[in-house]
Structure formats: structure tokens, C-alpha cells
Design a protein around this ligand. Structure first.
Ligand code: HH3
Length: 329
């Protein structure tokens, strides 16, 4: 009998985007409900060594907000800009997620806030969590929050907080603090606290939250309802840093991740496709001619394209798989 052993490998689509998107540091990627790519970038602002003082206070307020459109909606097949918004409201963009009404949920590490913003081009702020420019670690403050995940069923939102906190916080759809987990976890398998929970994703079919625990070079997954630890994915191939995690419920579930530069454990900087159940690395990928510099977020479309945003090279890369069919007798 002939069985088709479907194998695949991601390759960069080198002709994408067809024309330059004039991007600043790319910090976040998301897909909207039309499966268009949403890019969150920093225009002419940069996160450098002197952007914050040692109390995590943003030092460049005098620059004012980014005047370029920080939120670009881009056609996934050609890379042309379909919509541009988010002017004059952000200082240091970080994470972006869309909800089922196509609102943008973003984090800004200079504002120390999570904002729910309309995608109708009017940039209406529908909700603001945290106090602008004021870092903190109570129920109403964040410290450089990094990302948001939205549970479309319950409406609950999850915030990875952040560079200068070490927790995941759960809020109701209308912004009420519900619970948090992280630093001093009681679970013996989570003795080591988060070290920059840098990105998170909801697994809709498993009702779990997976977190890129950046400086611990690992991905940890939790029951979304309770924060109970489920599993950890830590690979030598990651080196010391995992910057972003994403997920599609294909088969047993596929985890997508990008690693980062680690001086202590230099390894190639790549994208990874990992089987959620077996934790096997199914594929790795990187740009054809250039190297990744600081791949900062990763997102995939329903038709199987993968996009990686690089904060250092101010670029977005597209990858697709040609399905290599070979028959096995
Ligand atoms: O990690 C950093 N940045 C990236 O994640 C980012 O740009 O989001 C950073 C940390 C300290 C100083 C300067 C940059």
C-alpha cells in the first residue's frame, strides 16, 4: 500500500514584502480576523541601554509619542500595507494581539500599560490597564509588560508582566484583576521563577497558556483557568534565550518559537516548530541570505505561512513550506 509520509520544511519567501515597509524596531506580530498580518513597530523610537533609569522609569518622554503609524495591517501574500494606525499614542511598543472583534491588545514597555485599541483607524482606546509611565507590581500596575493573550471563549485576558516583574496576570474581559501566577510558585517543578516572561500564547484547544520565559531559555505551559503548571519545553538548541512563542492546534498542536542571542551559550538564532505533545523539534528555519539578529515575535496564518519580526534588523520575514511528498512502500 502506498502511504504518503508528509514531511515539510519552512523556507523564506525572499520576495516578501514586495516593497519596503519602512519599519522601525519590530516588536510584535499578530493576525487579524481577515488573516491579515498586523505589525507593531517603534517607528523612529529605539529601546537602548539608556531608555530607562534603574527604577524602570522611561527617560525619553520628551521625545513625545511615535509619530509614525505604529500599527500596520499588511497583506500576507504581497506585503502591501492595507491599513496604518496607532500614530501619536505609543512610546515603546512591545506585544500585540487581536481579539475576536478585531480590537488590538497591545503592551508598551515605556507606558507600563496594556491598551485595548480599536482597529477602525480611529485609534480609540477602549481600555487601559496600568498607570501611564508608572511601573509597579500590584494589581493596577505593570513593570514593562511584554505581551497579551485573549481567551476568546471566556473573554479573559492574560498579560505577561514583564521585564521587571516575573508573573502572568489574568484579567476579566472588562479589565478586573482575577489572579496571577509566577514568581514564588508553590509547584515544586517550577522552583525557578520566570526571568522576563517575554511572550505568551493561549492554546485554544487545550485551554493552556504557554510562556516564553526568555532568560531561562524555556517555554512553560499552564492551565489557563488556574495557572497550574503543566509542562516545560527546554531544548539545548534554544541556547540560553527564548524570545517568543506561538501555537496552532494542528494535530496534537504545534508550538512555534524563536530563540535569541546568548553570550553564555552561542547557538544559531532560528525559528523552531515543536510538537506540543512529544516536545520534538520538527523543523528549524532562518532567512536564506541574512541572519536573524533579534527575532522578537512569531505569528502564523491559517494557511501555514509563518512570519517573524526582527527588532534589530527592523524587518519582517515570511516563511512557507512546500510539502515534500515522498511515497513509502
Ligand atoms: O531586551 C531588550 N530589548 C528587546 O527585548 C526589545 O527591544 O524589546 C533590552 C534590554 C535592555 C536594554 C535594551 C534593550
Amino acid at each position: 500500500p502506498e502511504t504518503v509520509d508528509q514531511d515539510y520544511h519552512f523556507e523564506q519567501v525572499s520576495a516578501w514584502p514586495q516593497s519596503s515597509l519602512q519599519l522601525g524596531q519590530v516588536s510584535g506580530l499578530a493576525l487579524d480576523s481577515d488573516s491579515n498580518l498586523v505589525i507593531f513597530h517603534r517607528g523612529d523610537h529605539h529601546w537602548g541601554a539608556d531608555s530607562f533609569n534603574n527604577q524602570a522609569r522611561y527617560q525619553q518622554r520628551s521625545l513625545g509619542p511615535i509619530q509614525q503609524s505604529a500599527i500596520l495591517v499588511v497583506d500576507p501574500s504581497k506585503g502591501s500595507i492595507l491599513k496604518a494606525s496607532g500614530r501619536n499614542m505609543f512610546f515603546l511598543p512591545h506585544g500585540i494581539t487581536t481579539d475576536k472583534e478585531n480590537n488590538y491588545w497591545v503592551t508598551d514597555v515605556a507606558l507600563h500599560q496594556v491598551l485595548k485599541v480599536s482597529s477602525d483607524g480611529k485609534d480609540r482606546t477602549l481600555m487601559a490597564l496600568g498607570e501611564a509611565f508608572i511601573p509597579g507590581s500590584d494589581n493596577n500596575h505593570f513593570c514593562q509588560p511584554t505581551d497579551v493573550a485573549v481567551d476568546t471563549e471566556s473573554g479573559n485576558i492574560f498579560v505577561s508582566d514583564g521585564y521587571c516583574n516575573a508573573r502572568i496576570i489574568k484579567f476579566s474581559a472588562d479589565g478586573k484583576y482575577l489572579s496571577e501566577w509566577g514568581a514564588g510558585s508553590s509547584d515544586r517543578r517550577r522552583r525557578i521563577p520566570f526571568q522576563i516572561p517575554h511572550s505568551l500564547v493561549l492554546l485554544p484547544d487545550k485551554k493552556e497558556i504557554c510562556v516564553a520565559d526568555r532568560e531561562n531559555g524555556r517555554i512553560q505551559c499552564f492551565i489557563a483557568e488556574t495557572g497550574e503548571f503543566v509542562k516545560e519545553i527546554k531544548k539545548d538548541e534554544f541556547g540560553g534565550e527564548v524570545f517568543a512563542v506561538s501555537y496552532i492546534p494542528t494535530g496534537d498542536g504545534l508550538i512555534f518559537a524563536v530563540n535569541g542571542e546568548s553570550l553564555s551559550r552561542p547557538v544559531p538564532i532560528r525559528g523552531f516548530v515543536i510538537d506540543y505533545s512529544t516536545k520534538d523539534i520538527l523543523d528549524t528555519f532562518s532567512p536564506n541570505k541574512k541572519e536573524f539578529k533579534m527575532p522578537h515575535d512569531i505569528a502564523e496564518t491559517r494557511d501555514g505561512s509563518v512570519f517573524v519580526g526582527d527588532a534589530s534588523s527592523k524587518s519582517v520575514y515570511k516563511f512557507t513550506t512546500e510539502k515534500l511528498h515522498h511515497s513509502v512502500k
